[in-house]
Design a protein around this ligand. Structure first.
Ligand SMILES: NC(=O)c1ccc[n+]([C@@H]2O[C@H](COP(=O)([O-])OP(=O)(O)OC[C@H]3O[C@@H](n4cnc5c(N)ncnc54)[C@H](O)[C@@H]3O)[C@@H](O)[C@H]2O)c1
Length: 320
């Protein structure tokens, strides 16, 4: 029986490999052509968000700050939300120095449903009804990566995943009543290419992707075609100093250079306004992950380990 199973697994792997080899050039070509056609023909013209109200969680630093500035550039009023109020105030100062839009800093912990409810009341009173939600706040590293404390694991899941349920519960119903809005969720490539020794991060980011796909289906079923959901899956960014140092010390930048917050923010806001559902950065990873998913699961793991084993070994050494 087990011999038959082994033969079947080998056959499955062989078919997947043939499909992989045959489809790679076609999918790469299709991705390039699709992008070119979208740019040349402006298939879906970008929507305007001038005068709309955006909430950006984790807007006091890094990618959240860059997205806040990019939204302000498009004429959007911005509620910059962070657990670190001085970071949020700094972002607001930068917005007010450059753009003529209303922006206000708010202190809130996204893991608390009550604080999100209070935040919504304040923002509606100060700026108006929220029609753009950017779920960006995130925690990336545990104090002890190889053997994290239960409280650290819980915090990562609460900030990176559970908080998106709280923001959805609070901000989506008014969007549904207005029949328009944008929800952008910052996930990570770790959500589709698992990061060993970062299981909670990987699980939280895979969870956000699954959450947003389920939400998209619900909005289709409810015919809410003017509420757009965009999930962003970036590679490592040059935003958080600890992550930047770590990726350099493990040699990740030799696989792909770290991406700047400004580059991601421009891509995210442009994609959001065109109603794109999923944005991977770099873009070609959207083709690679679909190809790798054709392989049997143990081959997927072997291939990923093959390409990243030196970096994973260094990660273990650096974080031990
Ligand atoms: N840095 C990377 O390499 C990278 C790669 C892929 C995805 N991402 C994701 O991008 C997002 C932004 O990352 P970043 O590098 O700009 O992070 P960052 O650490 O520079 O900024 C995160 C911000 O979130 C805030 N925050 C943390 N916990 C919070 C809470 N409980 N309530 C409210 N605010 C809170 C922090 O105070 C900080 O201002 C995160 O979701 C992260 O997982 C980052």
């Amino acid at each position: 029986m087990s011999e038959v199973r082994n033969v079947l697994v080998k056959l499955q792997a062989l078919f997947a490999l043939i499909g992989f080899a045959a489809l790679t050039p076609l999918l790469v070509l299709a991705a390039i052509l699709g992008r070119l056609i979208a740019i040349l023909c402006c298939c879906s013209p970008p929507k305007s968000i001038e005068g709309e109200v955006a909430v950006v969680t984790g807007g006091g630093h890094g990618l959240g700050r860059a997205i806040s500035l990019e939204l302000a550039k498009k004429g959007c009023k911005v509620a910059v939300v962070d657990i670190n109020l001085s970071g949020a105030e700094n972002t607001v100062k930068q917005i007010q120095e450059t753009y003529k839009v209303c922006a206000k800093a708010y202190k809130a912990n996204v893991t608390s449903h009550n604080e999100i409810v209070e935040l919504n009341s304040k923002v509606v009173g100060d700026l108006g009804s929220v029609t753009v939600l950017i779920n960006n706040a995130g925690v990336m590293l545990h104090r002890n990566s190889l053997d994290p404390e239960p409280a650290d694991l819980q915090l990562m899941i609460d900030v990176n995943l559970t908080s998106h349920f709280w923001t959805k519960m609070v901000f989506l119903p008014p969007m549904k009543a207005l029949r328009r809005g944008f929800i952008v969720t910052i996930s990570s490539l770790a959500g589709i290419f698992p990061l060993p020794y970062s299981a909670a991060y990987t699980a939280s980011k895979a969870g956000t992707l699954a959450h947003m796909r389920a939400l998209q289906m619900e909005l289709v079923l409810e015919k809410q075609k003017d509420i757009h959901v965009t999930t962003v899956l970036p590679s490592f960014l040059r935003t958080n100093d600890e992550v930047t140092e770590l990726t350099k010390s493990i040699g990740f930048n030799s696989i792909y250079p770290l991406i700047s917050a400004e580059e991601v923010a421009q891509r995210v806001v442009a994609g959001m306004l065109r109603g794109e559902h999923e944005i991977t950065l770099p873009g070609l990873t959207s083709v690679f992950y679909r190809l790798i998913y054709l392989l049997p699961s143990d081959w997927q793991i072997r291939m990923t380990v093959l390409f990243t084993k030196n970096q994973i070994k260094r990660f273990r050494e650096v974080r031990s």
